[in-house]
Design a protein around this ligand. Sequence first.
Ligand SMILES: [Mg+2]
Length: 226
Amino acid sequence: MKNIVLALDFDGTLYPIEKFDSEQLLALESIKYKKSNEDEIKVFIDHDKRGMLLPSQFNALYESFLSGVDEKSVYDAIRHIFTYFDKKNLESLKRILSLDYIRPAILSCGSDVLINAFLEEAGLDYDFHILAKEFTKTGGKLDHLVYHVKHIDDKKSELIWLKEKYDALSVAVGDGPTDKSMLEASDYPFIITWGKKRENFGFEEIENFDELEKKIEEIASTISLC
Ligand SMILES: [Mg+2]
């Protein structure tokens, strides 16, 4: 029987971004621990929002601000997301993830600690394959960043590798330009909008996980998975 690799981006895809993405929220949380960085962090977030930082510049600053910060800050950042994002939105995703032919993956340019805390808070206890930047921890504090995602095409290569590993078709869901290569390499690509108008890069739009559930049912019936 064929499997379906379900490849999801993290920020903006697993949850809608309101004002700040998860890494910006974590940088803001770090001010509690490193008050002297407050002004620099606000400038860093402003520059990030305006797309002024190269990934290497972003990562170096992000690591310098977060290094030595208590890992509790990760959970505080994620809890902020759930102050505006209703966890009920994830019920459809849980039903999708419970299907025996689904092989779930999160392919993200974001941070593994934030992704894992999100999955825990959301009750998404499934066997995800995760590609993301890794924050090492020492004594309950964030320490160093390890860049597993060096190029946006890494998401595409990981998806192709997963498809081969599971002899699977692929459904990919993203929300922005860094997902383009992954979506292009997918059999069934979708842009998730969370009800907002956004650039879809020519891919089919879905509003939320309710719509994704319907799409996956259609795909599974087309390829006789159920
Ligand atoms: Mg995104």
